[in-house]
Design a protein around this ligand. Structure first.
Ligand code: ZN
Length: 321
């Protein structure tokens, strides 16, 4: 992501992190069926007996990163208010029939394609019921990643946006516009869209549909991270949050980026993460995701950590058209 001309300290989405119940099925779905690159295989820094798997474009660029904590056998969550209920990815114009066929071939539960804000999209769910959309976007200049099992002209470009499900619009709207540089951009049928710059990968939709409170479990999003340029812009955001009496964590070193966490008033856990240092800080760009990477402070426990994790692999031939 390049530095914007406007003064926004928030550049768009950085990553979305969700909970799942089976690491191998997770790899098969995101790297196999959706064709994203597994760019990092590491562990949950706060619970190192669980993987942290990252999928994205070739370099794992901010704005393309979908990540998971796969807790074996984790009970399913329930979608509802106070949650990020749908993560949307950008697909190129002319690719919708390809994706409909591909999803059917692999037995993925999906909707027919529909239209919203004049955009064509498909809603689908992964094995844990996590809500995903593929939205056709004609002006996304980002290069899609393809390992060869998906033709490049159909490949996912990265995030398009997210949907937050809330009890009320007002408090969440006030928070993201007042503190996180978003502006209202569109509204249709009880859905309001916000963005710091209007670009694919930087859109936040809010729906307030009166559904019950969500419960976290497999198939739920754990948190969403917004991207900021660097440590300095992150500190400015942190100061502003403190000024507005929002409870925010200290800056935490996540190895591939630096993070602060806080909750928006509707209950969704937000993070602001820096662009640097990036996913290739501890392995060669060409080998991303191939071996288990541990933070320096976990290296001394590598043997124990590896013993607790079941091996995962990708049999790409299973996922050809
Ligand atoms: Zn995160």
């Amino acid at each position: 992501m390049k530095k914007d001309n406007n003064s926004s300290k928030i550049l768009g989405l950085h990553h979305v992190t969700a909970l799942s119940s089976d690491a191998q099925k997770n790899v098969d779905f995101y790297a196999g069926i959706l064709g994203m690159r597994m760019v990092k295989k590491t562990v949950n820094f706060d619970a190192p007996d669980v993987y942290h798997l990252y999928y994205g474009d070739y370099l794992g660029s901010p704005g393309t990163l979908m990540t998971f904590f796969p807790y074996r056998g984790l009970e399913r969550g329930r979608k509802g208010t106070g949650q990020l209920t749908v993560t949307s990815f950008s697909i190129p114009e002319g690719s919708i029939d390809y994706w409909l066929k591909r999803l059917d071939k692999f037995g993925v539960s999906r909707s027919n394609h529909s239209k919203r804000f004049d955009e064509e999209f498909i809603y689908l769910e992964d094995d844990d019921g996590l809500g995903i959309e593929l939205i056709v976007c004609s002006d996304d200049e980002r290069e899609g990643f393809t390992r060869g099992n998906i033709p490049p002209e159909y490949a996912i470009r990265g995030f398009y946006g997210i949907t937050l499900c809330e009890q009320h619009f007002e408090r969440t709207e006030g928070f993201i516009t007042g503190l996180l540089d978003h502006k209202p951009v569109q509204e249709e049928n009880g859905r309001r869209r916000y963005s710091p710059n209007g670009k694919p990968g930087a859109l936040v939709d809010v729906v307030a549909d009166g559904s019950g409170t969500g419960r976290q479990g497999s198939g739920s999003v754990h948190h969403v991270a917004f991207a900021t340029h660097d440590d300095a812009s992150q500190l400015e955001i942190r100061e502003k949050l403190i000024e507005m009496r929002v409870h925010v964590t200290p800056v935490i070193d996540r190895q591939y980026f630096h993070s602060i966490y806080f909750r928006e008033p509707g209950g969704v856990l937000f993070e602001v993460a820096t662009l640097p240092p990036g996913m290739d800080i501890d392995e060669d760009a060409a080998r991303l995701g191939e071996s288990l990477k541990l933070a320096p402070w976990h290296e001394s426990k590598r043997e124990q950590i590896e013993k607790n994790l079941e091996p995962v692999s990708l049999d790409i031939d299973k996922f050809r058209d």
